[in-house]
Design a protein around this ligand. Structure first.
Ligand code: FAD
Length: 462
């Protein structure tokens, strides 16, 4: 069965979803509010300068959160799609490194799009304003280009990305803290409501979404909150020009302030305890710093401002629910699906597996369990997380379980499971990143896995 499908977004998720949907015989329209494919990988020096914390929902949104110096945190062999390997290409002006800069990733995605004729399906500069459930389980999509346009589709595949909306706790004030782990003083998110909107602390505050280059931080005293991959990269980027960089991290050993190895102007602290009108910032370890800027590297939130599902899908503390296998809302399946929610994963191949399953389910080649069974499965998944004390906002954090997830999807879809070398390479890279945070992109010990990957890739270049 061929369906008329709307794909929202032409980043990695939208591109691979489009490829798989078309392969399965569906008719598609891809809506893209930007003017080119690639999503996050389209670097722009532009920032949301009037609202550097991203607090105002009406602000003019800049989509990408990439910074200029960004190199991938995954090796290209593991990062690419299965049958379209991310190999270094001629001519020489491309970036052949194993962990290349962001422009190389965009070039790869543009080639992928051209190779499979996806670009011609995209309506550029066409933002989806709303997507409503209408009769017969169809979806009415209202988009904006020249004027407002309405169009009805059999199905909606949501691929709008999740690194654009800064994660800001929305509790109105500090007294609203009721013991929710996400807002405990040990959480970086706590800082958002401790500081955001507060006129108490006189310095500048911004979110890493609006970080591009280190130059504006020259000779400044900067505090970076967070310990994610971006926080690590950005604090080191800034340390090259700033007077001092102080990293406030939950993972810092308690009660200590530690100078960062290899830097004479960077320190690791525990979380911030309070801030004062005189510009001082007091950390839980008792140290005090007079800072110019606080940079919140505290992540992003799932945001679907266009989606109207009559409450059948909601976002609660970054849990998008209820969803069967992070993809289908049971009550609306298969008419709406999400590609790209899992994080701390190797995104491209995972999105590929998700897309194959969605394409097969939409055509009727694959069947879903009943609504009740899907609901039961999702509820039992949430219960397990809750019982293990995993905060809601980690619902889509797959980490080590991603390959089991991919393999489950592969078996459902009747395609090959993840390659063994890819799994091992992911774990080897994670280990190397911890051992050599400064140099893991240039020094590694898994050349045997690289050889296995290249051996595997031969079949796709013939
Ligand atoms: P996006 O790339 O964000 O694409 C979403 C698209 O949807 C955009 O083009 C946007 O314009 C469009 N859109 C949104 N809303 C609408 C609307 N209403 N109407 C129409 N169009 C809309 N991954 C890796 O594999 N390796 C890395 O090294 C790596 N490093 C990263 C570093 C940073 C700083 C960040 C932020 C992410 C990194 N990632 C990395 C993860 C990266 O986000 C994924 O690789 C991938 O790009 C996500 O693709 P996506 O399609 O889900 O979202």
């Amino acid at each position: 069965m061929s369906r008329h499908v709307a794909v929202i977004g032409s980043g990695v998720a939208g591109l691979v979803a489009a490829r798989e949907l078309r392969r399965e015989g569906h008719k598609l329209v891809i809506f893209e509010r930007g003017d080119q494919v690639g999503g996050t990988w389209v670097y722009t020096p532009e920032v949301e300068s009037w609202d550097p914390l991203g607090l105002d929902p009406r602000r003019a949104v800049v989509h990408s959160s990439l910074y200029d110096s960004l190199r991938t945190n995954l090796p290209r062999e593991a990062m690419g799609f299965r049958d379209y390997p991310f190999l270094p290409r001629e001519p020489d002006d491309r970036d052949p490194r194993r962990f290349p800069g962001h422009a190389e990733v965009l070039a790869y995605l543009e080639e992928f799009s051209a190779e499979f004729g996806i670009g011609e399906l995209v309506r550029f500069e066409t933002e989806v304003l709303s997507a409503n459930l209408v009769e017969n389980g169809n979806w009415k999509v209202r988009s904006k280009k020249r004027g407002d346009d309405d169009e009805v589709f059999d199905a909606l595949v949501v691929c709008n990305g999740h690194y654009t909306e800064p994660r800001i706790a929305d509790l109105p004030d500090r007294n609203a803290y009721r013991g929710d782990e996400s807002f405990s003083p040990n959480s970086p998110y706590f800082m958002h409501y401790l500081l955001a909107g507060s006129d108490k602390w006189p310095g500048k505050q911004m979110h890493s979404h609006n970080y591009r280059i280190p130059e504006p931080f020259r000779d400044q005293v900067v505090i970076c909150i967070g310990s994610s991959a971006s926080a690590v990269d950005i604090s080191r980027d800034i340390a090259g020009v700033a007077k001092e960089v102080h990293v406030a991290s939950r993972s810092a050993p308690d009660g200590t302030t530690k100078k960062q190895l290899g830097y004479d102007n960077m320190w690791l602290h525990s979380m911030i305890e309070r801030v004062h009108e005189d510009g001082s910032v007091v950390f839980q370890d008792g140290s005090v710093v007079f800072a110019d800027i606080i940079l919140h590297c505290t992540g992003y939130k799932f945001h679907f401002p266009f989606l109207e599902t009559n409450g059948l899908v909601t976002v609660d503390d970054n849990r998008v629910w209820p969803l069967y296998k992070h993809i289908f809302p049971p009550a609306l399946a298969p008419g709406i699906s999400f590609v790209g929610l899992p994080w701390k994963v190797v995104p491209f191949p995972l999105f590929e597996y998700q897309s194959k399953w969605i394409a097969g389910v939409l055509s009727g080649r694959l069947t879903l369990p009943s609504v009740e069974e899907m609901m039961e499965d999702s509820n039992s998944f949430y219960s397990k997380l809750d019982v293990s004390g995993v905060p809601k906002r980690y619902t889509h954090n797959l980490g080590d379980s991603q390959f089991e997830y991919n393999d489950w999807l592969a078996v459902q879809s009747g395609c090959l499971v993840s390659e063994e070398w890819r799994k091992q390479m992911y774990f080897a890279t994670s280990k190397n990143r911890i051992t050599r945070p400064e140099t893991y992109r240039d020094v590694w010990e898994d050349d045997d896995l690289v050889s296995q990957a290249h051996q595997d890739f031969i079949q796709y270049s013939q």
